[in-house]
Structures are given as C-alpha cells and as structure tokens.
Design a protein around this ligand. Structure first.
Ligand code: ADP
Ligand code: MG
Length: 298
C-alpha cells in the first residue's frame, strides 16, 4: 500500500470512534454529560467529511445515469471510483464539478450545499478536475496552458493593459505559481514544449498541474492513466500520492486499472448501473462477489 501509508484521516477517524465509545457512549471512562456534549460537538465539526453526496440522482430524459448515491470523502484521502462502462462514474464527477446539475439529492462540500452551482463557482470553492479526454490548448506550450485559465487577470482588461506596471506583479505571480505546479508533477523540464508534443501521460500530468493552479482542496480525476504506458501509469499515481502527502489535497479518482488504483487508494466506491454496489478498503472491495460478477461475469 504505497500511497496509503500517510493515511492519517482514516486512522484519525478510527481513533475518534474508539474515543467516543470509551468516553461518551457509556464506556468505562465516561465523562460528565456537559463534557460529553462538548466533545461530540467538536468532533462533529472537525471530523466532518470534506465531500458528502446524499441520495444523488441524475436523469437524462428517461435514463437514470445515477440513482440515489450516498457517499463520504474524508479530507486528505485518496478515494477510488470504479465500475464498468456506463455505470455513472463520469456523471458523478461532472455533478461534483458543477458541469451538470443533479436531478435530486445533495452535494455537500466543506459543509455547504453546492449541488447545482456552476463549474466556476465550484472551482472557486476549491474543487478542480481533470477530464477523461485531456482538454488542453494543444498548440500552446505547457506553461501557457497553465497561464491562460486564471480569471480576473489585470493584463486582459483594456483599461489596465497599456500600463505594464499595473499587471506586471500579478503576471509574475501567476508565472511563479505555474512553474511550481509544473515542478510538482515533474513536468518542469518540458515547460516550453507544445502540449501536442507531450506524451499521453504527460498530457494527463499537465491537466493535473493546471488543476493545481486553482489551489484545490479536492481534485477530481477521470481516468488519469487512460492511454498511458503501464510504467508511467504507476508513476502518475505516485505523483498523486505525493501531492496528497505533501499538500493534503484530497483526491476522487475514476480509474479502470484496478491493479494500480488499489495500491494507492484508502477507500473504493464501486458503481453499477448508477447505483453503489460496493464500498470499503481496496482489499475488501476486491473480493466482493457482486463486483466480480459485474466486472468479470463470474
Ligand atoms: P461511465 O463514466 O461510468 O462510463 P457515464 O457517467 O459516462 O458512465 O454514463 C452513465 C450513463 O449515462 C450511460 O448510460 C450514458 O450513456 C448516459 N449518459 C451520460 N451522459 C449523457 C448525456 N449527456 N446524455 C444522455 N445520456 C448520458
Ligand atoms: Mg466515464
């Protein structure tokens, strides 16, 4: 379990559970009532999941792409989302990212209901994403791909543009941030290459670097290793684990390569026909009968 070694959030949750059992739920060391109440209140605030989906549903006309999905994502965790083609994985990512609106149910991020907010607003709140098919500016350099997306750039405003001094500092700051993001995914040596000249794996990494420009708390990745050679695929996951360990970024990752995914995630959710059919630690989910049936038909 390479990536799961820094799994403080999940371990913390287990510790909190033990603590509540012995100090608040009639255990041998039970505290006075007022302290029990205060402790439970603090725990509820601090142990709140970063992302909660409650009975989330998405219909496309008569087709129910997602059917009452309820799940939690703990801050600092790497969570895998798996399931056969058409099971609703990309729909779930699109809903959380604000690209589409739910038909019913709730999306709660850092305690706020964000279901139905637009993608820009969701991004401002700290959720960034990568796409199943990289959506890059292929005729621009890697660095320029990162410099284009930030909004409210002073140099783009007609009344500021002629005055270099007004926007030079901001431009320098964005350039610093972009170079740092490239360094974090180890793409810095390729900063002046056209995106079109990068390998499939490097394009995926560039998408991750672009997402980092928004300094996200939650990063949604849809098949970050699709079309990538096996060795680089593992390498991409190692870089993801490092981002989690060093910066505490939380990841929700759709991935088909279960052998690689299961080595890095703390928890897995499995979808089939829009419904959750399994969830838990990778080792438990891997042995789930229903999941084996829908994946391998045995
Ligand atoms: P996955 O990513 O797991 O392969 P999707 O979330 O892309 O699955 O799709 C789930 C279901 O929703 C599929 O049956 C798919 O055909 C359908 N679907 C996805 N997007 C749309 C859309 N924009 N319009 C109509 N149906 C859609
Ligand atoms: Mg998909």
């Amino acid at each position: 379990m390479e990536g799961a070694s820094g799994d403080t959030s999940i371990a913390l949750r287990a510790e909190i559970r033990d603590w509540v059992e012995s100090y608040c739920l009639g255990g041998p060391k039970r505290l006075p009532h007022v302290l029990q109440f205060a402790s439970l209140f603090m725990i509820a605030v601090f142990a709140m999941p970063l992302l909660e989906l409650k009975q989330l549903r998405k219909d496309y006309g008569g087709l129910r792409a997602l059917d009452g999905v309820t799940l939690d994502v703990t801050e600092g965790a790497i969570i895998g989302l798996i399931g056969p083609n058409g099971s609703g994985k990309s729909t779930l990512i699109d809903l959380v990212a604000g690209s589409i609106a739910p038909t019913a149910g709730q999306i709660i991020f850092a305690g706020d209901q964000i279901g139905g907010l637009g993608a820009d607003e969701v991004f401002q709140r700290g959720i960034a994403r990568g796409y199943q098919q990289p959506t890059l500016y292929f005729k621009m350099t890697a660095l320029d791909n990162l410099l284009l997306p930030p909004k409210s750039q002073l140099g783009e405003r007609p009344w500021h543009a002629p005055w270099h001094k007004r926007w030079a500092d901001q431009e320098a700051e964005y350039a610093q941030r972009a170079l740092y993001a490239l360094q974090q995914v180890e793409l810095l040596p390729h900063y002046d290459k056209l995106a079109a000249d990068l390998s499939g794996g490097q394009m995926k990494l560039l998408e991750i670097a672009r997402a980092l420009m928004g300094e996200p708390r939650l990063l949604l990745l849809d098949e970050p290793t699709a079309g990538v050679a096996p060795l680089l695929a593992r390498d991409i996951f190692q870089r993801i684990a490092r981002l989690r360990d060093q910066q505490g970024i939380t990841f929700l990752i759709v991935e088909h390569r279960l052998d690689i995914l299961f080595d890095f995630v703390d928890e897995v959710y499995a979808l089939h026909l829009g419904e959750l059919i399994a969830q838990g630690a990778p080792a438990d989910v891997a042995g789930d009968r229903l999941l084996q049936q829908v994946y391998f038909g045995d």
